[in-house]
Write a protein that binds this ligand. Sequence first.
Ligand code: FES
Length: 169
Amino acid sequence: MAVEQNRRDFLGFAFGGVAAVGGAFALGAMKRSWDPLPSVAAAGFTTIDLSPMQDGEFRTFEWRKKPIFVLKKTKSMAKNELRDITVSDAQYTVVIGLCTHLGCIPSWDGSSEMFKCACHGGQFDASAVNTFGPPPRPMDIPPYKIDGTKLVLGEEGPEYKKFLEASKA
Ligand code: FES
């Protein structure tokens, strides 16, 4: 009788154990299917270290498959209180490098200090504000957060939120 009872207890524990392990695996698999793919998670943010940039230097980065233009303004370039990003007392133009007319990629012309779009002749000043041709508005500023001398694209920091508020006014 006692042997039969022990056998039943053992079987109960064994089935319980198997069910618990199976449940844990199932939960793990469900969580993995809900989580974004590593490539998607990594694509959300891009960190740019601005500290090596020289005055007047222009660089292109990529964020979420889009070109990001970064220009470190010189002292002689006009400041744009609304759009300039100030990091360590220097002003930067940081925009999604797509023309606001039909989405071509403009180029930076350092001699005229303008962004020029070859598609239909659109022009933008050093703050990426449209100044000539068909582009209807300035180039877009991506969401960003300032982290020391770095910019984290894809994250809305207080400076970006302030910019959004001021843009609505
Ligand atoms: S796409 Fe740039 S001017 Fe038309």
